[in-house]
Design a protein. Sequence first.
Length: 199
Amino acid sequence: MRNRALHQDTARQLQDTELAQILLGSAASAMLLRRTGSVMRAMRDALQGHGPSQRRLVAAMELARRCALAQLTDRQRLSSPAAVRDYLVQHYNGLAYETFLAIYLDSQHGVLAVDEAFRGTLTQTSVYPREIARRALEVGAAGAIFSHQHPSGVETPSEADRVLTRELQKALRVLDITVIDHIIVAGPRSVSFAELGML
C-alpha cells in the first residue's frame, strides 16, 4: 500500500489501523495504539495532545474540509445534495461551539459565497435575518442554504431552529430569494428541513 496511490473507494475498505498508519506513520500509530488500546481513542488523544501526530491529524482534517469546500464550490458538482452534506460535516468536525453557515447560490445553484455568518456558544447563537438579507443582496444571491451544528450531538430541530428558519424565509422572500434548505449537523448525522417538508 505504501508505494501505491490511495483512492477514496480503496480507503473506505481499509481497517482503522491501516488508515492510522498511512496518516501518522507506522511507528507513531503503533505507539498511540499501545498506549490507548483503541484506534479511535488514539486519534482522539492525538487531537487533544501536542507534537507531530496532533499536527498531522489537524492538518489532515483541515485539508479534508478544504477539499469538501472545493467540491462544493465547483458549480457543476453542487447539484448533488451529498456534496453539501459532506462539506458541512467536514466543516463542523471538531468544533465545540455552535456556528451558523450561509451558502449563497445563483439562479443555477452555483455557489456565490460560503459565510460563517455567526458563531455562538455551546447552547445558542445569534442570527440576524437582516444581516443575512444584506449579504444575500451583496453577492446577488437567488437562493440560500443555511446550516448550523448541534454540539450536543442531537440533530433534531428545536423550536428555536424552526422559528429562525421561518424568519429567514420571511426576510428573504420579499427580496425574491429562496431558502432552499436548512441543514442541522450533529457529528456525522444531519437533518434537512427540506426533506422533512418544513420549508
